[in-house]
Design a protein around this ligand. Structure first.
Ligand code: 13P
Length: 287
């Protein structure tokens, strides 16, 4: 059964570790992440962007697939199904479709409008027992058409949004989606520290988990980050393993063209990436 992300994230914040949000794109992705979480006894959050939701034939298809897999694979660790960077309308659709968690990304609105819309969603999510993530300060880079400029959030604005009763808060601290450029300035830990001072026990979310060095991840966790989003890294691992298989001519040997064989190296590569992240985030054995 899907669960809200509230309990797992409050535990993570108190225990000074982070739960990974891994974005899904299809059946192989979902199965790889769920099996790894179960093997490592780690709680997990499956992220679905609006674009990926569309690609997977809509939110109800995603809910059906994930619930079916949890059942058929005998997954016992806590799993939250979470809308990533949702619009106001997208969030409502996911709530209706059976997601257990949503993000409303109102970071591109003026703060007053972000507050008004977040407030409405807080009420709906509370009634249904779902977790809600809000965002202040756009995350840089591009993810599925959602483009952010890489702002550093204003801690006072973070407090205003946190006080609305959201479950977790994403704040821009110089992080970006996708690969980091050579001249990246790194995370702004002063900002993170200031945000945590003002928001107290609120679990903080670090987007753009791909390519952030391990020491920065650990420092971010020590300053209150309890949810870390990873998307691109699984895509890169899947693509590299698939390329290797094809370049070695394995799809031309025997029944190597069978999708169950062709997609297997990529599947294993996602599992290895997720394992590495769960170990780094400290969520292994916490389910
Ligand atoms: P990356 O693709 O950089 O890992 O970012 C993922 C993310 O933040 C999803 O919201």
């Amino acid at each position: 059964m899907l669960v809200s992300a509230k309990e797992m994230l409050n535990k993570a914040k108190a225990g000074k570790y982070a739960v990974g949000q891994f974005n899904i794109n299809n059946l192989e992705w979902t199965k790889a992440i769920l099996l790894t979480a179960e093997e490592l006894k780690s709680p997990v959050i499956l992220g679905v962007s609006e674009g990926a939701g569309k690609y997977m034939c809509g939110y109800t298809t995603v809910v059906g697939m994930v619930n079916g897999m949890i059942n058929e694979l005998g997954i016992t660790v806590p799993v939250a199904l979470h809308l990533d960077h949702g619009s106001y309308e997208g969030a409502k659709k996911c709530i209706e479709a059976g997601f257990s968690s949503v993000m409303f990304d109102g970071s591109h609105y003026p703060i007053e409008e972000n507050i008004a819309k977040t407030k409405e969603l807080v009420k709906i999510c509370e009634e249904k027992g779902l977790s809600l993530e809000a965002e202040v300060g756009a995350i840089g880079g591009e993810e599925d058409g959602v483009i952010g400029s890489g702002e550093v959030a204003d801690p006072e604005e973070c407090k205003m949004i946190a006080d609305l009763g959201v479950t977790m808060l994403a704040a821009g601290i110089g992080n970006i989606h996708g690969k980091y450029p050579e001249n990246w300035a790194g995370l702004s830990f002063d900002t993170l520290d200031a945000i945590q001072q003002l928001t107290g026990t609120m679990p903080l979310v670090l987007h753009g988990g791909t390519g952030i060095p391990a020491d920065m991840i650990q420092k971010a966790i020590s300053l209150g980050v309890s949810k870390i989003n990873v998307n691109t890294e699984c895509q890169l691992a899947f693509a590299a393993a698939t390329r290797e298989y094809v370049e070695a001519g394995k799809d031309l040997q025997g029944k190597g063209f069978d999708p169950r064989k062709l997609l297997a190296p990529g599947f294993e590569a996602i599992k290895a990436t997720v394992k590495e992240k769960m170990e780094l985030f400290g969520s292994v054995g916490k389910a």
